[in-house]
Design a protein around this ligand. Structure first.
Ligand SMILES: Nc1ncnc2c1ncn2[C@@H]1O[C@H](COP(=O)(O)OP(=O)(O)OP(=O)(O)O)[C@@H](O)[C@H]1O
Length: 258
């Protein structure tokens, strides 16, 4: 029996891709669980199976083995109570910013004044108010990602999945996004699972950082980040922060990644 006390339980999950060019054992076995409201950061070498893990968790890819439960319910298909943001923002260029944010509500036939107000409030909180009637191609990369996050949060999902959402942004914009996203997470109380290549970003945003091995990705460390929130960027100079980033860096050095 699974331990269903946690919000999400992952038990002995593995993923193998069977393709015409061969078999790829991409992930696992991995087992972990996390609680409602937690922000879990995932770091690991390129190609180790991080995106695969996220897709399997969200039910967007079938797993090959193992069990996943979310709120004690078995995951056997796409979860409808999640927001997902990928590295590429997937905004529809022929719709305005507001129309993009409203898309999930429109698909469910739920567009009314209340949801429009929520869309506008999210855009304001993310610092892109005033651009509601612009087209996505008129925005910078950082602004486009903020619109994607607003869209992902529109229907108040209980979980937010972020797959390297800031990796195409410059360092300063990325710092700014980290602060904005942290504020939003605290406000929305959304359980967040995010993948990043940046050790500092993982530690800054997370309550917990999971470190993965080379492919097939397994969990080689699971680190509690006890630094109180909200955190300011200067937290990166504090000893506790430096200790945790060092611990993660050593894993990567041992694996020959750094
Ligand atoms: N749809 C697919 N079909 C076949 N193989 C796949 C598929 N998706 C991913 N893979 C393979 O599975 C492995 C893990 O890929 P995945 O994208 O999950 O890694 P990742 O850790 O997210 O990589 P990166 O950090 O570079 O984005 C890789 O070897 C990849 O080529």
């Amino acid at each position: 029996m699974l331990d269903t006390a946690s919000f999400v339980d992952v038990k002995s999950v593995e993923k193998t891709y069977f393709t015409p060019s061969g078999v790829v054992h991409a992930l696992g076995p991995i087992s972990f669980s996390f609680d409602r409201g937690q922000t879990v950061g995932i770091v690991g070498p390129s190609g180790c199976g991080k995106s695969t893990m996220l897709k399997v968790l969200a039910g967007l890819e079938d797993r090959t083995r193992g069990e996943i439960t979310v709120q004690s319910r078995n995951v056997n298909g796409p979860l409808d109570d999640v927001g997902v943001v990928f590295q590429k923002d997937l905004l529809l260029d022929w719709r305005t910013v507001l129309e993009n944010v409203l898309l999930p509500a429109e698909l469910r036939g739920r567009v009314d004044e209340k949801i429009r107000t929520r869309a506008r409030n999210l855009l304001e909180e993310l610092g892109v108010s005033g651009f509601e009637n612009n087209q996505p191609w008129e925005l910078s990369g950082g602004m486009r990602q903020r619109v994607s996050i607003a869209r992902a949060l529109l229907l108040k999902p209980s979980m937010l999945f972020l797959d390297e959402p800031f990796s195409a942004l410059d360092a300063l914009t990325r710092d700014k996004m980290n602060v904005i996203v942290q504020r939003l997470q605290m406000h929305e109380e959304v359980t967040t699972f995010f993948i990043t290549h940046s050790i500092a970003e993982a530690v800054f945003l997370s309550d917990r950082v999971i470190v993965m091995s080379d492919r097939p990705g397994r969990i080689i460390d699971d680190i509690e980040v006890g630094i109180p929130k909200p955190r300011t960027l200067s937290v990166r100079e504090e000893p506790e922060f430096i200790d945790i980033t060092r611990r993660i860096r050593i894993h990567f050095e041992k694996a020959g990644v750094l």
